[in-house]
Design a protein around this ligand. Structure first.
Ligand code: IVH
Length: 681
């Protein structure tokens, strides 16, 4: 294959895998293999810059910041929807439109989620993504192409699958961009730990990320979208029913909701819509209702508009999850990095079927800016699984007895004075021996993204700290069976299904397993202020081990891509503290000493599994999926998703999937977690 064809082939492959990962959530290659393809592509582009076109996957990285957004005139109006509140209101709509055109009575309907995000309009010329815009006033929007390009679920070229027929020469589609709830919470957690301002809700965060001038910033925000409408097409046919449109868009490679349904009568559509009110927390994004659409798009458009609202569809809004209640008190928690977090103690109140007694107040500046006083009636919002938050006070309801709030000057747990760092909104307890911090530190150290010590739950951690068995994170590695038994038996055992001995043995095994975690994970686990998984990866790929990292000066660290001055400072400071020096020494002595320098994913332990291919199915006793994969890769093995004749071993856990049957039928060797560990010994 010549270089040019290889280049085209690589682009297609990357589009394919990108789609598998970001749209279908079903990758067929590892991240490492994906990076390899991308690097090869980058290499070719470096030699042939003139080949690079708009649909190159490398164009997803944030482009240069813009001075302003250009205006884009939409090829057709970007309409909004009239609202219905409740089933009767929706029936009212159905009757009104039926009176206008009696075909509506016999019409089919499509019900889709109404995503609480930001409407975006995507233009494709000859299948290539060439422009993306905000809705603006419905006629003219802003050109945010550079920002949208960084959203991985937006295909840069359609159809993603070459077997699907080509779409019209010019196709304009509309979708809703949003930030998934989990990602939003994770982002806020990181911001909180870094002492930065947190965001109010996923919608504002997504809107902010798309409507700012620096695409690199958008790229750092985990945005995605769901597409639901064809706005315009030229030179080519598109479907004329909404149900077919959704299917068509999906086939082209766009992300499309999987909870849309088609109904042959209006009542069934309404019943389905209502069923989602109760289930809305199951969605991974915020939905403020469902949209009921007349399936026949010709009929829908013939019905015309009322103002900007087409008659052919209605937004069925869920009841708002905002209520007022009394703010009884403000309590302050100490986070892992010592950050002080104010929390609202509320008079218990029901919001959408859940009793809410606590809500976040973000930070002390927020309380001051909103002038939130203890005793105030406050407006509280709960959406999806997001932690409820206080929107603000109801000033009109004040009686005069409400008290202005003063942030604490000492740590509520250890009583030491608190401090504020430059450029941060948060206050910190800087006492390394603060017990509240030790608990958070250990919890973080053992958590999934860090050393992932399965079985070391919050209750056991508390007991181990209480009994003085764990005074710092390194003590985990010198725990004796008896120490764990003591902690396990001290907690209420009623809820435990397993005998204490078994719990202790499993825990000891997973502590042992955690020793083979990568340097990146260990650095993450240390909980250095401002160092999350990404910076930890950057550091791990530059240093051989913790000793090497501990010797680096802030000025050296700042030279590393992705490490800013405040993180550099914070890392250097962390390693300079005598207590932390001791932790590092103890970790080394306990054999928790991963090597870095080459790969930030996993450090190579051996090549015992070199040349072998593994498939994992079911739940393993101590390894999570990620850990098992990391373990195999750290010993030179390869993990794939599907069983074939080339699979060397199937690693079998509890409740396996169809891979088990397939492996049996192909005669693939089947092993358990223990045997896997033995193979690597
Ligand atoms: S249909 C004629 N479908 O909700 C088509 N809108 O006021 C009009 N939205 O501005 C829009 N999910 O931004 C439609 N599945 C969905 C939607 C949806 C979210 C937004 C859209 C629109 C607003 C309704």
């Amino acid at each position: 294959m010549n270089t040019k064809s290889r280049y085209e082939d690589l682009k297609q492959q990357i589009h394919f895998h990108n789609h598998r990962y970001h749209v279908l959530d079903a990758p067929v290659i590892s991240d490492l293999e994906f990076d390899r393809l991308l690097n090869e592509l980058k290499g070719i582009e470096a030699e042939h810059p003139d080949w690079v076109t708009d649909d190159s996957p490398t164009r997803r990285a944030g482009a240069k910041p813009a001075d302003r957004f250009d205006k884009v005139t939409h090829p057709a109006p970007i309409l909004s929807l009239a609202n219905a509140f409740g089933a009767d209101d929706a029936r009212g709509w159905f009757e009104r439109v039926s009176r206008i055109d009696d075909r509506v009575e016999r019409a089919r309907f499509v019900v889709e989620p109404k995503i609480d995000g930001l409407s975006v309009v995507l233009h494709y010329r000859d299948g290539v993504f060439v422009q993306g815009a905000t809705r603006g006033n419905g006629e003219i929007g802003e050109d945010i192409t550079g920002n949208l390009r960084t959203v991985r679920s937006i295909p840069l070229r359609i159809p993603v699958d070459e077997k699907v027929p080509k779409p019209p020469k010019y196709l304009v589609v509309r979708g809703e961009a949003f930030m998934p709830i989990k990602e939003f919470e994770e982002l806020n957690r990181r911001l909180e730990e870094a002492g930065q301002r947190t965001y109010l809700n996923p919608r504002n965060t997504a809107a902010g990320a798309l409507r700012q001038l620096d695409p690199a910033l958008t790229a750092s925000r985990p945005l995605t979208l769901l597409v639901y409408q064809i706005i315009h097409s030229e030179d080519g046919k598109v479907p004329t029913s909404q149900w077919e449109v959704l299917k068509y868009l999906k086939d082209l490679g766009f992300p499309v909701t999987d909870i849309a349904r088609q109904f042959d009568d209006f009542e069934k559509a309404t019943a389905y819509t209502e069923s989602w009110d109760k289930k809305r927390d199951e969605l991974h994004y915020e939905a403020d209702g469902m949209v009921i659409k007349i399936d026949d798009l010709r009929l829908a458009s013939e019905l015309g508009f009322v103002g900007k609202d087409p008659r052919g569809a209605i937004a069925f809004k869920f009841p708002a999850r905002e209520v007022t209640t009394t703010l009884q008190d403000i309590r302050v928690n100490v986070g892992r990095t010592g950050v002080l977090i104010p929390n609202a103690v509320l008079e218990p109140v029901e919001i959408g079927g859940v009793i809410v007694e606590r809500a976040t107040l973000h930070n002390f500046d927020y309380i001051a800016e909103k002038d939130i006083r203890v005793g105030d009636r406050v407006l509280v919002k709960r959406a999806g699984e997001v932690i409820p938050y206080v929107i603000g006070p109801v000033v009109a309801a004040r009686k005069g007895k409400e008290k202005k709030y003063k942030p604490p000057t000492t740590c509520p747990t250890c009583g030491q004075p608190v401090e504020r760092f430059e450029d941060e909104v948060a206050w910190y307890c800087v006492n390394a021996a603060c017990p509240a911090q030790l608990i958070r530190n250990v919890e973080h150290f053992v958590s999934r993204g860090a050393m992932d010590i399965v079985g070391l739950g919050i209750k056991i951690v508390h007991k181990l700290i209480e009994t003085g068995k764990v005074k710092d994170v390194a003590d985990i590695y010198t725990l004796k069976r008896a120490d764990i038994l003591e902690a396990v038996t001290k907690k209420e055992r009623k809820t435990e299904k397993e005998p204490p001995g078994k719990i202790a043995d499993n825990l000891l095994a997973s502590i042992e397993t955690s020793k083979s975690r990568s340097l990146a994970r260990l650095i993450t686990a240390l909980g250095i202020r401002g160092v999350g998984e990404v910076s930890a990866g950057d550091l791990a790929s530059r240093f051989a081990d913790l000793d090497a990292l501990s010797k680096a000066k802030a000025a050296d660290l700042e030279q590393i891509d992705g490490i800013g001055p405040s993180v550099a400072e914070s890392v250097a400071e962390w390693f300079a503290r005598p207590v932390n020096k001791n932790v590092v020494k103890k970790l080394k002595a306990a054999g928790v000493w991963p090597q870095g320098g080459q790969s930030s994913v996993s450090s190579k332990q051996s090549d015992k599994l070199g040349g072998l291919t593994f498939v994992i199915t079911g739940t393993l006793p101590t390894f999570s999926r990620d850990n098992a994969k990391e373990f195999i890769e750290s010993h030179g093995g390869k993990v794939t998703d599907s069983v074939s004749k080339k699979t060397s071993y199937l690693v079998l856990g509890e409740a396996p999937g169809s891979k088990y049957e397939k492996a049996k039928s192909l005669g693939v060797k089947i092993i358990g977690e223990d045997e896997l560990k033995k193979l690597a010994r």
